[in-house]
Every structure is written in structure tokens, then in C-alpha cells.
Ligand binder design. Sequence first.
Ligand SMILES: [Fe+2]
Length: 310
Amino acid sequence: MDLNIEKDKTVLTHANYQDRQSILTTFRFKPCLSESSIERLNQASKKHISIEGKDLYVLDGFFLDLEGDEMRLVCKNLDFEVPVCAKTENIGKFAFKSRSMNNRGRWQLFSQPPNPFREFYQLLGTLACHLDIEIALHPWFLRGEVSSLPAFVVNYHEGMSAEDEYGDKHCDYEPEKGVCFGIPNLYSKEKELHKSNFVNGAVGKPLLVTAMLYSTSHEYDPKYGMGTAFYENGGKKVFSSDCIDMRLVLFEGDILHGVEKSDIPEGLDVWRISYVFKLTMNPSHSSQDIKAELKKLILKHTEINSKTNF
Ligand SMILES: [Fe+2]
């Protein structure tokens, strides 16, 4: 299978990230029409949640059981050497082991992907084609003065205390305050950049979406926790996604979220990994409403379900 990705490069729009270590390469998922992606999408179980007008989708069964097994095998060869926390000031303070992959390891995994990733890249290419938009990964790695922004993150957790759950709430980006990298305006004559601050997914504007795939050890049970909590802006928890092996969660990354606490029986050695892709969906026309079109496409053949906890 072709990797279905094209390299590009963007520019910084925020002085904070002008560091030698910042890598401004972006990766565009080439539009393609894959019948199998559409078939998988149609057959998957899908739920849609709206949080203060922002969309979140939970997809189960998009991947095959065999692909879940493959990801468990992949995990055995991954090095999680970087202490991790969404908020830099909390790094190293978590009571349980929480680690991330280093830059090199993430690059190897992204560029020599296991089959489930290839399926995911193909899904993105198919969405790009159906919606007539560009879908790209954010710049590969931005090193800031107080924090770093990797576009592809792999986090490993063996547990999470209630206190740490409280401290982990964050947004992946806040486009209304400003995005720190340039997004080309595809319908402007000179291919100018979109303004760096915009309402995520407003008509004619980019939609920034985070895609998160869970992988768990074989013995993992969703009741052991470490799913993802989503909050209203004011901090009220309004939705919880259980951590289910090979569950894919797509959400507007300006929804406040974080890993939930664990409840793992003593002596049980289990883990969960999240593979996180930060994506820009970029309209080709000024009248495009990507949010509405994406919703229609994902929820085709699905009754809209507004459950708030599952
Ligand atoms: Fe996040």
C-alpha cells in the first residue's frame, strides 16, 4: 500500500517557537478514494457528541481485531523514555509511570507505519477527497520557550491518580487565541495564509481536529479507567470516552480534555497507549462548512446518538 502522504513545509506565525529544534515540515494525506475506508467507516459503530458546539466522534470497530493484535506487538518495540504530561509544569510529578516516545522513535513509527496506521492515513485521504479539502498533519515538532508541540504523540500510561487527572486538563490548541503556524488559504489568489486566529471550523475556515487511537494490553478492561474526559470551557466534565482497545476518537482539539484516573486492581500489570495525530482540515472554497460536511459523512448510515457517557 502506498503511504499516501506528501511532504510540505509551513512557516511560524508566533515568535515563541523560533527554536533550532522546531521542524516545520507538514504531511498532507493525498486525496484518494478508497472503497475499503468508506466500507470500514460505514460498518464502524459511531457516536457523535457536541460540546458547546464543538464536535467529537467515537468510532469502534473501524479496525480489525487482527490490527489490534498488531498494535500490541508494535508496542513491544517502542521506547517510552520521555516523562510526559500535557502540562509542562506537571512533568515528572505523576504518581504513575507516564511516558512518551522521543522524536526519533515517533518519526520511525509515523514514516514506517504498521498496517492500522496505513488504514488510518488512507481514511484521511478518502475524507479529503470526499470533502474536497486538504488534510495535513500539523508541523512535525515545535519547540517553544515553555512547551513543545509535537504533531504526532504517543503516550504510555500504567496508571493515573485522581489528583493527576485533575491536573492534566488541557486543550491541544486554541485557534480563537491564535495558531502558531501558517495555514495556506487555498481559495485566495496568492495562496496567502489564513489569519492565525479563527473560529475552529467556521465556514471557509480550517478545522483543527485531534485523532486519538487507544491501544491496550490484552488484559485491559475499560473499567480500569484511563479513558479520556472532556470538559466544558468552565471545567465541568460532560463526557467520558472509555479506553477501549483500537477505539478511534476524533475531536476538535480546542475542547478541554485529559486522561481519566485509573482504577486498576493491585498487582495487575496493564497499560494503555494513545496514538495522537493533530490534523488541519483546510477548505478549498470560501463557502465550505467542513464541520457540517464531515459530520454528514461520518454519520452516514448512523442514527445520531447523544449519549454523554459510554
Ligand atoms: Fe491532548
